[in-house]
Design a protein around this ligand. Sequence first.
Ligand code: ADP
Ligand code: ZN
Length: 530
Amino acid sequence: MVSPTDERTEDALRVLRRVFGYDAFRGFQQEVVEHVVAGGDALVLMPTGGGKSLCYQIPALVRDGVAVVVSPLIALMQDQVDALTAVGVRAGFLNSTQEPAERRRVEAAYLAGELDLLYLAPEGLAVRSTLGLLERGRIALFAIDEAHCVSQWGHDFRPDYLNLSMLHERWPDVPRIALTATATRATRTEIATRLRLTEARHFVASFDRPNIQYRIVPKREPRRQLLSLLRDEHPGDAGIVYCLSRASVEKTAEFLVANGIPALPYHAGLDARTRAANQQRFLREDGLVMVATIAFGMGIDKPDVRFVAHLDLPKSVEGYYQETGRAGRDGLPSTAWLAYGLQDVVQQRKMIETSEGDLAHRRNLAAHLDAMLALCETVRCRRAQLLDYFGESGAATCGNCDTCLDPPESWDGTVAAQKLLSTVYRLDRERNQRFGAGHSIDILLGKHTDKIDQHGHDTLSTFGIGTELRDAEWRGVVRQLLAEGLLAVEGDYGTLALTEASADVLGRRRTVTLRKEPERPLSGRAAKPR
Ligand code: ADP
Ligand code: ZN
């Protein structure tokens, strides 16, 4: 005799093979499918490309009724529905971009039970008429995609997601499955609480993406460095370049085009039609480079993105992981490359200082930035540090990141740190003046710049005492002291200031170990290929 569980497993496997054309489930897809088909709630955390969609699409086909999928990605709904229709699944969507006639057609199909999946934007569920419509049909399950949008700390926060907790009250017997590629424990807890998924089983996949090579290089001439990466290692490849500002997106895209690399811009300042057109071209054509702000990428399913390059520092490790995760969904070798410099730290600290929100919010932002800086300055394996951050401990080295391929040397930077900090101290305490990093470095190097002569800074006792290091090396010292909280930047001009911890270094109670600035080619390709 077959038990109902076996029967359901068979149904699920049949759907996997006949409808989607795959031989076997991947990872814990089967467990999730069985759990949801049996009526259980689930919280699924899987990296991008892990195969989250099938976790709700198969239960949608096995259970009676229509699966309602909540997704913030209105621009992609048509694509998702087209892809399902192509394999014979009955799918539709309701959103604000639709013609009324089309909307009525989908509503009628829903009521007649002629749909397997219905995609909705979260704001749609706040509309009473839509709720009324849903109540008149038969719902198989609710899938809440990109569930991290409920987290108020993330940059993808959507207020309408908070409203989704009502699904449980209105439809207590309908199973709910929430899915996300955001991995931290804090986000997971927040999703479970805010969506009232208290009984949900958690399915957490490994977040390792072994085919992605992580590299973080000191920023010198970022666009030249990027060009050298693309020419030397990724000629003709598709990839994404992230920049912080719209202006720098535009400039970088123009720069690449001027240098013979087909690139398109994408940011929220472009009109919707241009954005959609550029996105479509990126998805459909080969070898295009999308230069974008972080407005681009969520839900983008392009398997052969060979590189993700950051020209500016991401605000958090979560963001970095999500953005780099868009590379190599097909499992083939891919590069995650980030150029980061002193100016990034100055700029981001300033953004936090002037951000809206209370002290707790600013502290939270600062803690996220600190974790990102720690990843940039680590002498450990980047992957090990990244996975550690997500609460996953694995091997100590991966063999596929810059620190594993070309281990950075560390050096005792205590004396250098003292020289720098005492320059800042002297400017501040003796002259009551504050300056940026560049000026302090010029003092240490004994340069007679206009500014130094004008202020008589050649009479400071630290003038010219730092000629043992090059300018770039001093910048590395400043960056690392900032990352470790031994130095602070303040105000509009990013002036340097001491912290409480600086006193320990100046008072010789603390030593400072620093990472040596690599002397690699522009793109920071590892000296020893594997
Ligand atoms: P995610 O939403 O987690 O980023 P997707 O659901 O888009 O990932 O799946 C990523 C890719 O993997 C898709 O191309 C999908 O068709 C494929 N895929 C998913 N599950 C399987 C499977 N069991 N066998 C083969 N391919 C799969
Ligand atoms: Zn490594």
